[in-house]
Design a protein around this ligand. Structure first.
Ligand code: MV4
Length: 446
């Protein structure tokens, strides 16, 4: 196992990684910007190194400073968390060249999944069901029209280097195709330096369901069931649950096995998420994320498996601590992302939290680095914590979540807590009856 892990991230995920390291007897190094000197994970780490000014590109994205911090402290591995350098293949390569372990998959797997055309072709070759569409990139209008006629309108044009909702356009008929193809390609070229686009059948009312996978680094792969992340706004997830209220046990093991076999077939190492759109009982692959995700705790709460611990084991060459047969789903878990934002407008609300009191009790987990007196800096995304609640079943989980939200006090700034207090009393949410457009329609109503 590693002696010392450098945590190349901030906020709640830095603390999450630090906790796993401490439980495993691994020393920790926090790197931080000047805006995060008083952060909880910096205080709790064995060592800390200031790597630059507040702007991410000068600190959390500054590869040279991070490598220097590894060398100064003698860290033998880096955990990138999510965001920042977590899906940067170059970073993984540079660490490797310095003899430092990147806690994540190989640079090659990061690269393949970063290109959405390659990712889809790879997924299809591995037997994962994909959205019907073009076989690779489309450049010619004639080809685009022929493919659209084949699969039927509406279709969606997506940038190969996009993902997460960037660089997409829905096309409703042949007349719209010419301008849509042109503008998506131009915009993709400008935004990503790559104007490759591909075409898919547009699914109108899908759910967003993702399967948690892990490669053991020795050619084996497992899955840990799915998460339903359909409740989102502007491609930012807001509320996630495991398991999905829409998926049966048979569907879970069927799609799970397909993903686990694919991970094994790839020789993939570490944690990953296979993202699907789910409509009319069918799964359609859209993307694969090659990192730990924000919403990983809902999977942890129902499987009781520490995903960060497993990432560290795999990266150190020790394999997983469990087999597929040992994965059991117990109860139901829901996560609410607590953002420093107005609960209706989502306008950021940085500043000092003058009083903080998190909820507790049976089945309640709060992953957050904030405390009374903490100042939320204005430079980074506004996630300040996550409330994760587990119950023996979904109704019990929702009852517990209602009571936990009512206990939660964050004074001095605005947060998304009031939105969740409304959502957990909404009949569609209670029934689990929602798709990827539900939250935006709900917010547009008043
Ligand atoms: C789609 C789609 C409908 N049909 N692809 C948006 C983010 C990126 N991961 C893929 N996205 C979508 N791809 C087809 N063929 C609708 C979306 C989409 C979406 C997907 C997941 C979660 C939220 C979403 C919100 C709007 C659109």
């Amino acid at each position: 196992m590693f002696n010392k892990v450098l945590i190349a991230n901030r906020g709640e995920i830095a603390l999450r990684i630090l906790r796993a390291c401490k439980e495993m007897g691994i020393e920790t190094v926090a790197v931080h910007s000047t805006a995060d000197s008083d952060a909880m994970h910096v205080r709790l780490a064995d060592q800390s190194v200031c790597i630059g000014p507040p702007a991410s590109r000068d600190s959390y994205l500054n590869v040279h400073e991070i490598i220097a911090a590894c060398e100064i402290t003698g860290a033998d591995a880096v955990h990138p968390g999510y965001g920042f350098l977590s899906e940067n293949a170059k970073f993984a390569e540079i660490l490797d060249a310095h003899g430092i372990t990147f806690i994540g998959p190989s640079a090659e797997h990061i690269n393949v999944m970063g290109d959405k055309i390659m990712a889809k072709q790879t997924a299809e070759n591995l037997g994962i069901p994909v959205v019907p569409g073009s076989d690779g990139a489309v450049t010619e209008l004639d080809d685009a029209r022929r493919i659209a006629a084949d699969i039927g309108y509406p279709v969606i044009i997506k940038a190969a280097s996009g993902g997460g909702g960037r660089g997409m356009k829905v096309v409703n008929n042949d007349k719209e195709m010419a301008t849509a193809l042109q503008t998506t390609r131009t915009e993709a070229g400008a935004a990503f330096g790559d104007d490759s686009v591909y075409i898919e059948k547009y699914l109108g009312k899908p759910r967003h369901i993702e399967v948690q996978v892990m490669g053991d680094g020795k050619g084996g792969g497992v899955h840990l069931g799915e998460r339903d992340c359909s409740l989102q706004r502007r491609h930012q997830k807001v509320f996630e649950e495991a398991n999905s209220p829409a998926i049966s046990e048979e569907q879970r093991s069927k799609i799970g096995k397909i993903c686990a076999d694919a991970v094994a077939g790839l020789g993939y190492s570490g944690a990953g998420t296979v993202e699907f759109l789910y409509e009319n009982g069918e799964f359609y692959f859209i993307e694969m994320n090659t990192r730990l995700q924000v919403e990983h705790p809902v999977t942890e709460m129902i499987t009781r498996i520490d995903l960060v611990n497993e990432q560290l084991r795999v990266a150190a060459g020790n394999g997983l601590s469990f087999t597929q047969d040992e994965v059991r789903y117990q109860g139901h878990a829901i996560e609410c992302r607590i953002n420093a934002e107005n609960a209706r407008t989502f306008v950021p609300s940085p500043g000092e939290i003058n009083y903080y009191h998190p909820p507790g009790g049976l089945g309640v987990r709060v992953d957050s680095g904030v405390f009374s007196g903490y100042k939320v800096p204005p430079y980074y995304d506004s996630l300040i914590g996550k409330l994760i609640v587990v119950g023996r079943n979904r109704p019990e989980c929702l009852n517990r979540l209602r009571r936990a939200l009512d206990e939660f006090v964050v004074d001095g700034i605005e947060t998304t807590i009031p939105l969740f207090q409304d959502l957990v009393r909404n009949e569609d949410v209670i029934a689990g009856d929602y798709d990827i457009h539900w939250l935006e329609n709900y917010l547009a109503k008043d």
